[in-house]
Ligand binder design. Structure first.
Ligand code: NI
Length: 135
């Protein structure tokens, strides 16, 4: 396994702050979190409204074009998107969706696997939830 040193430095900084006794203990936790998140995503089914937030390097070769193309291919699923230029290298994109949960999850997974995408978070809820009934 090879990791960029600045990524590992940042990881070490955080695990020290959080009081982990070793890097492998923190890695186990990180892998568990990854699995829990993946399993949660697998349960995104049926009609859903959701948001995908992602941070990516806009100068990664071909990435911005590919993200645009993916969004055009999923026009029926995407209701809106917002692009924020974070700094010289990074962009934040927020994509609002409404449609089949499976399709929303697959779209999030496609985006996650792209090189240069640093962070992806999917949030999805059922549009049928009666929020007025919630305490
Ligand atoms: Ni930008």
């Amino acid at each position: 396994m090879s990791l960029p040193s600045d990524l590992l430095d940042r990881f070490d900084e955080i695990i020290e702050k959080r009081g982990y006794s070793s890097r492998s203990e923190a890695l186990r936790d990180a892998i568990r979190n990854y699995i829990v998140n993946y399993e949660w995503m697998s349960e995104v089914q049926g009609e859903r409204v959701g948001v995908i937030s992602l941070v990516y390097e806009h100068d990664q070769r071909g990435l911005a074009d590919e993200l645009t193309e993916i969004q055009h291919r999923h026009m029926g699923l995407i209701t809106s998107s917002v692009h924020v230029h974070l700094d010289h290298e990074n962009c934040l994109e927020i994509i609002a969706l409404h449609g089949d949960g499976d399709a929303i999850r697959r779209l999030a997974e496609t985006v996650m696997a792209l090189k240069g995408v640093k962070y992806v978070k999917l949030n999805a809820i059922s549009p049928d939830t009666n929020y007025r009934q919630l305490p």
